[in-house]
Design a binder for this molecule. Structure first.
Ligand SMILES: NC(=O)c1ccc[n+]([C@@H]2O[C@H](COP(=O)([O-])OP(=O)(O)OC[C@H]3O[C@@H](n4cnc5c(N)ncnc54)[C@H](O)[C@@H]3O)[C@@H](O)[C@H]2O)c1
Length: 351
């Protein structure tokens, strides 16, 4: 893994300064050893607001123009999901180190191609696996790997999102690629095993690319079973736990791990901080991307610190695993196929 050539700060460009990209910008502008040098977004108002906030001079109307900026060491893509694959291909072909928000690409085929391109170019390719940097998930995974849970029996994960957010993704990306991909990654990371078969069901209301709900049972090679659920059904009065300056919503997430020796649960809405008003309840998450004093902390910061720190030291990340990210897209496709066809789908061993 080659270190970046310059001895100065790592020069990073960020494409996409929407809801999540703004958080990336705050982190990248604040990380030691990193200079946020360029931003891209076709929305001139968002672009100017975020660039002015962080004093970024190089501003582009499209990710591809930013990728062509040869003064950059690395590029971060927080663009709409369906654009990741083509933009990542261009960035890797130009020899940029690259962080791509999840999903890495729209298909397993595209993800494998990106992995090959990165290997050929000798650059780092990392994708958003944010829960690997969240303290409770990290703590739990370490105990599982250390054997404290004995043999894994089952993993159950729920990730239900605000109904009001559905319209923004309904015709752009499948629910499995948008949200369930997090839980597929956790499954691979916690179990260290591979998925051998999948059965799934979708709930569709209306004629959208994304189903409102997706429910899957997966068999692992070590004999354990996983039950994953993701939907866009959480009503507006649910406590808001995901908050930014101009948006708030709810991710009702829960993870349960059952082993032969122990069981554990992580409950997303049971936050220690709870705020009530006459109109709403907030349970602000303090682990993923909490903001205070104009800075962003938590797992998002740790993830970008890992990406940029590894680049500066010329090391590979011990947390992010590209093989797993690519494999997760293969399993995602098996879940989508099983949901559409209503049949058991077998998943062969990794090639
Ligand atoms: N890891 C997580 O937990 C997590 C959470 C939320 C979002 N995300 C991911 O972050 C990405 C962005 O999501 P979001 O919620 O911020 O979406 P968003 O729609 O709010 O923001 C996308 C931004 O990209 C801009 N854009 C569109 N086309 C572009 C182009 N060609 N070049 C540059 N910019 C372009 C848009 O104008 C917009 O500002 C998605 O891939 C999403 O899946 C990850």
């Amino acid at each position: 893994m080659p270190a970046t050539a310059s001895a100065g700060p790592l020069r990073v460009g960020l494409a996409g300064v929407g809801r999540f990209g703004q958080l990336h910008a705050s982190v990248l502008a604040d990380l030691p050893g990193v200079e946020l040098c360029a931003l891209a977004d076709p929305d001139p108002v968002s672009l100017a607001r975020v660039a002015d906030r962080h004093g970024v001079m190089a501003r582009y109307g499209d990710a591809l123009d930013l990728i062509a900026d040869d003064s950059l060491d690395a590029v971060v893509l927080a663009t709409p999901d369906e654009q990741h694959g083509p933009q990542a291909r261009t960035a890797l072909a130009r020899g940029r180190h690259l962080f791509v928000e999840k999903p890495l690409a729209a298909s397993w085929h595209d993800a494998r191609e990106l992995q090959q391109l990165a290997a050929q170019a000798g650059v780092t390719l990392q994708t958003g696996l944010i829960l690997r940097y969240e303290p409770s998930h990290r703590w739990l995974r370490q105990r599982i790997v250390d054997g404290a849970f004995g043999d894994l029996v089952s993993i159950r994960a729920r990730r239900n999102c605000s109904r009001s957010s559905f319209a923004a993704i309904a015709d752009r990306i499948h629910t499995v690629h948008r949200t369930l991909i997090h839980d597929i990654d956790l499954l691979l990371w916690f179990s260290g095993s591979r998925v051998t078969s999948v059965v799934a069901m979708e709930v569709r209301q209306g004629d959208h690319l994304a189903p409102q709900g997706c429910f899957a049972l997966l068999r692992l090679a070590d004999g354990a079973v996983a039950q994953l659920e993701s939907s866009w059904t959480v009503p507006a009065q649910a406590p808001a736990n995901v908050l930014t300056d101009d948006w708030q919503g709810c991710i009702d997430a829960e993870l349960a791990v059952v082993g032969s020796q122990r069981t554990a649960r992580i409950q997303g809405l049971q936050t220690p901080l709870q705020v009530w008003s006459d109109h709403a309840q907030q349970h602000p998450d303090m682990t993923l991307w909490p903001e205070a004093d104009g800075r962003v902390f938590g797992a998002l910061r740790d993830q970008l610190a890992d990406f940029t720190g590894c680049l500066r030291r010329g090391e590979a990340s011990t947390v992010a695993n590209l093989d797993d990210a690519v494999e997760a897209l293969r399993i995602a496709e098996a879940v989508i196929t099983a949901g559409r066809q209503g049949e058991v789908v077998s998943v062969s061993a990794r090639g």
